[in-house]
Design a protein around this ligand. Structure first.
Ligand SMILES: *Cc1c(COP(=O)(O)O)cnc(C)c1O
Length: 391
């Protein structure tokens, strides 16, 4: 099997130190910040064009040259990525703005965009010889890890808050994972998972604590460019927990420009969080480089219940460099917007998806989003498993 990837090395997103791409890494051993994958984009630019991609498989693996997996036999695919970008024309009439698009991530394997990241992280761990994987999760990441570990035949240990809705637990168990339920928040799950890592020799695939989940999620940026004919929207509204998708897309846009597929124009990136857990919104407003941990985090949007994000400085940088902003919305508006999104589009959104619409409505009212600007809302997951929200 010829190697197709142009992956060259890992680089710390904070201190810039470089690391061997074919060893197993978590955070930068020097400064404890996330490592990012780098590619030979000069070579890639000569080797591939967007036209050549058009006939490839409809998954994120169509961008294999810009992904870190070396040998195709380690590629774990359940059909993730290449999700539709839907023009929401009935919603446009309802909110008085066009064009408005929904990136429908609920169609991914296991019902959320976590499949993108875990497809890459598990493929790469598999390629580097890992046997057992561990993750703290609010639900969706646990399901995605369970699925790709099952596909590869690896051991998966998922740590979820004890109050996670039952359908998430059921899915992980059917997919053969060991489920650990922890009294507390995702940060407490992280602590419990860490305590077992060394003891049992498991590899930690917490988001941004290993370098490849972001590579899976960056493909959302590649897809937007491809689906919009090598252009990008004016505004992207993204429900931000750990921020992997937002940072990933921002990285993708730089890669795309170096590949010569797009120009220098960038979308304004918007983070939306719940008023019950808005550490990044607070840090953005206060002009800080890092976000302080949010006490007593509460929201119906489980994926946004992240009191502290290890990639906070990367998220805040992307928001500022793009001329974007950060918005906190109350859960009551999230819920209303979730129903509005559902009844005007036919998509059953996760509340995180509803949050992007709630943020849009505010930004439109404030005049921050101008007439005729193209806006992409990310519905990051399917709503079906959030049983507590609908009961
Ligand atoms: C995890 C998750 C998020 C947050 O994603 P990040 O990229 O970590 O910020 C948003 N929505 C859903 C449905 C999620 O599962």
């Amino acid at each position: 099997m010829p190697e197709t990837s142009f992956f060259t090395h890992l680089e710390c997103g904070w201190c810039g130190r470089k690391y061997d791409p074919d060893k197993l890494w978590n955070l930068c051993p020097e400064c404890g910040k996330p490592l990012l994958a780098r590619y030979d984009l000069e070579k890639a630019r000569k080797a591939i064009t967007p036209e050549e991609l058009s006939n490839r498989e409809p998954t994120l693996w169509r961008y294999r040259e810009l992904l870190p997996v070396r040998n195709e036999i380690f590629k774990l695919s359940l059909g993730e990525g290449y999700t539709p970008l839907i023009r929401a024309s009935r919603l446009e009439k309802e909110v008085g703005h066009s064009p408005l698009f929904i990136k429908e991530e609920g169609l991914n394997p296991t019902g959320s965009f976590k499949a993108r990241g875990l497809s890459l992280a598990v493929s790469r761990a598999y390629e580097l010889g890992v046997k057992a994987l561990s993750i703290p999760s609010a639900g969706n990441a646990a399901c995605a890890l369970s699925a790709y570990a099952a596909l590869a035949g690896l051991e998966a240990h998922v740590y979820m808050p004890a109050d996670v809705p039952k359908p998430f637990i059921n899915e992980c168990r059917v997919l053969g994972a060991q489920v650990h339920l922890i009294d507390g928040l995702i940060t407490d799950c992280g602590k419990a998972a860490r305590a077992d890592l060394e003891k049992y020799g498991r590899f930690d695939v917490s988001t941004l604590k290993e370098p490849y989940r972001i590579e899976g999620k960056k493909t959302m940026g590649y897809e937007l460019a491809e689906q919009l004919g090598c252009t990008l929207p004016d505004v992207i509204i993204y429900p931000t927990g750990g921020g992997t998708g937002l940072v990933g897309m921002w990285k993708a846009f730089d890669e795309l420009e170096k590949l010569g597929w797009i120009g220098s124009k960038r979308p304004r990136m918007v983070t939306v969080q719940s008023e019950g857990c808005a550490p990044l919104v607070r840090a953005f407003r206060e002009g800080k480089e890092f976000a302080e941990s949010w006490p007593n985090a509460r929201t119906i949007a489980d994926g946004l219940r992240v009191p502290a994000a290890i990639g906070d400085f990367l998220i805040l940088r992307a928001l500022r460099e793009s001329g974007g902003t950060a918005v906190a919305v109350p859960d009551s508006e999230i819920l209303q917007a979730t129903y509005l999104l559902g009844r005007t589009t036919g998509i059953w959104p996760a509340p995180e998806g509803g949050a992007t619409l709630a943020a849009f409505i505010r930004l439109k009212k404030d005049g921050w989003v101008k007439e005729n600007e193209s806006v992409v809302l990310f519905n990051t997951g399917n709503g079906a498993k959030y049983s507590r929200v609908w009961d």
